[in-house]
Design a protein around this ligand. Structure first.
Ligand code: ZN
Length: 66
């Protein structure tokens, strides 16, 4: 890990640049993050980065369903 992950009480940076109505909680760590579209399972920058490490750069969305 080269980039330290801030505490989950700290909102994701994307929150600062999006509309308040688009703010949702990260599906993994419950951090406030930018929610893309309705009914999705948003991931914050940090969780998305670790998801991409696991599954590759094409990962943009993670379903909570198996
Ligand atoms: Zn997260």
């Amino acid at each position: 890990m080269t980039t330290p992950v801030p505490p989950v009480t700290e909102p994701d940076h994307s929150v600062l640049t999006c509309l308040g109505s688009e703010v949702g909680l990260c599906a993994v760590c419950q951090r406030k993050t930018h929610r893309y579209g309705k009914g999705g399972s948003p991931l914050c920058t940090w969780c998305l980065a670790s998801a991409r490490e696991k599954w590759g750069p094409r990962v943009t969305y993670v379903s909570t369903r198996p």
